[in-house]
Design a protein around this ligand. Structure first.
Ligand code: ADP
Length: 284
């Protein structure tokens, strides 16, 4: 496995088709088996030591839609999210079995560089975590790491605009990112994540530390982001999932994916009694 993100991981058969993409941010790609699916989980199990956190997950995540992962605490939502861009690799005792395809390529194959993968599949965490740097440097960070240092100012402004923050911070891009409000800091982190132009944005309860007004701005932003990116969001807030997602996956105890369908169907007419009980608040 190549652990250094600056090295090429292209395979010979895909390099021509994507010759405009720098090899430094490339990963080998295949073809999805399911139309419109950008991520496909097949029989995916995750263990922490001897404890199983995910059990046989099968899910096709559609491109440029918002997919919400819901379910009671401890049922494996964050674990699944982290398995998509191999963040679980960073947890010593985590072990993954089964397959997780990104554009038809198994991300757990030996020739996939997790660092390159995470450039294509960015992540936003529960608490905003801007660097103690200026707003500009926060957003420029990922660009510089990747050597994308042409037109940085323009790219920074575009990312801030896409993250619905530019209007509020224009003229003060040299101020510290830490001086922003919590909601603005989270939008700054979103700008930082999308500046290098990933395809997928994973969000782990991105609004749970925010007040209702900041939450509503993040929700509007997530819906807008899905015009350009595939968004997968973990939320403990069922109303939020109902408001902003196109697809909803319901995980229940034991790390089982019990139902995955269009959000309307899950909330209005779920197939499973367990999902209905969960949605209607009978447990969880
Ligand atoms: P959720 O996101 O649905 O709350 P998690 O994915 O965080 O669920 O956790 C699923 C299970 O895996 C839980 O039993 C949790 O205790 C366990 N788990 C999560 N992260 C770790 C970790 N880093 N080390 C050991 N066990 C973990």
């Amino acid at each position: 496995m190549i652990a250094n993100g600056t090295q090429s991981v292209s395979t010979s058969d895909d390099s021509t088709a994507r010759s405009e993409t720098s090899v430094t941010d490339d990963i080998p790609l295949g073809s999805p088996r399911v139309d419109d699916a950008v991520i496909e989980a097949r029989d995916l199990d995750v263990y922490y030591g001897d404890d199983q956190a995910l059990d046989g997950i099968h899910m096709d995540i559609p491109e440029r839609k918002v997919t919400a992962l819901i379910g009671p605490s401890g049922c494996g939502k964050s674990t699944f999210l982290r398995s998509i861009n191999r963040m679980n690799d960073l947890i010593d005792i985590a072990r993954v079995e089964g397959d997780l395809y990104f554009h038809g390529k198994n991300v757990y194959d030996d020739d996939v560089d997790p660092v390159a993968l995470r450039r294509k599949i960015g992540m936003i965490f529960q608490s905003p975590n801007p660097f103690p740097k200026s707003i500009r440097d926060n957003v420029a960070y990922g660009l510089k790491v990747q050597g994308k240092d042409e037109n940085v100012d323009e790219k920074v402004r575009t990312a801030l605009e896409r993250a619905a923050l530019l209007e509020e911070v224009d003229g003060q891009l040299d101020s510290s990112g830490l001086d922003l409000s919590g909601g603005q800091q989270q939008r700054l982190c979103i700008a930082r994540a999308i500046a290098p132009d990933p395809e997928v944005v994973l969000m782990d309860e991105p609004a749970s530390a925010l007040d209702p007004i900041a939450t509503s701005k993040i929700e509007d932003l997530i819906e807008d982001l899905a015009e350009e990116y595939t968004v997968v969001i973990v939320t403990h807030n069922m109303q939020q999932a109902a408001r902003i997602s196109d697809k909803t996956a319901v995980f229940l105890t034991g790390g089982e994916l019990v139902e995955f369908d269009n959000t309307e169907k899950i909330f209005e007419n779920p197939e499973s009694d367990r999902v209905e009980d969960y949605i209607t608040g009978k447990f969880g």
